[in-house]
Write a protein that binds this ligand. Sequence first.
Ligand code: AVI
Length: 328
Amino acid sequence: TLQITDLSTPESGTGAKAQFAEDVKNGLGQEAKKLSSRYFYDGEGSRLFQKIMHLPEYYLTRSEHEVFTTQQQTIAQKLAAQGYFHLIDLGAGDATKTRILLKQLLQQNADFDYVPVDISGDAITELYQELPTELPSLQTQAVVGDYFNALDWLDEHKPGRKVLLFLGSNIGNFNPDERQEFMQKVRKHMQPGDMLLKGMDLCKEPETILRAYNDAAGVTAAFNLNLLHRINRELGGDFIVDQFKHFPIYDPQHGVMKSFLISQQDQQVTIKATGQTFHFKAWEAIHTESSYKFTLELAETIGHENDFKIQQIFQDKNHYFADVLYIV
Ligand code: AVI
């Protein structure tokens, strides 16, 4: 059976747009300009991110896929060992990696239901169309909405053991403060016996990392620049997008990949929804994304600081990527 719970409210459309305008206004008003990577994912941005995941340079998806295909039996056994659970997939998207695990869990006759959570109603609708034919015996309770609204809803309506999935190095897009806040909020929803399986991209040869965010086909550049197109479309901006360029750098001391959009000339941009005109000096940068990379020690520290223990770490053979199983 499959059910969908929609926790997005009718006003969340207009509220979301006002929030976007507010964030753009604040970010571009700073001395060091910035825009949040949260806004990458409109329809076009999500389509470009799907393309990124298939690029030869973007090793993250392939490495995590390898972890799931080679170690699915062990992973599934660990998750199911303590009996009935909700498998809660935070940011499920198209659930490509999760499907491997779902098949394995069904094969092992694990006692669970699947709870994909995504802010995008479209992603959930697609899953809704595919899962019943692909995995007819799967019990699914999908939730459209914010991660923590979904967890509140589950606590109230469907108590029971939780196994949380946070795959694909999404954790890497939080800065250390946001990451800490996320871990604390997740921890508050967890009881002894609950688990968190978290995808983390690992520190490695800097060139390999840099290439993953600067692909030869220019898809990542288009993904980054789409943020300006989105501001034009949704907030009435007049960015001449060609006058900006994608510029990624890797900082090996802090283990962070940073992406910027660089203004190639002195220019003004007016954004109607913010009621403001912003000035860009020639070669001025807007910081648009950070993708943090981790060491296994850091994975342990992050767990420890937030009252989690590591039960097991699953890695691909190159040790490019880790799926870390935390227990409380
Ligand atoms: C979604 N997130 C984990 C991706 C990353 O690697 O930080 C987004 C991305 N940005 C550029 N390429 C992919």
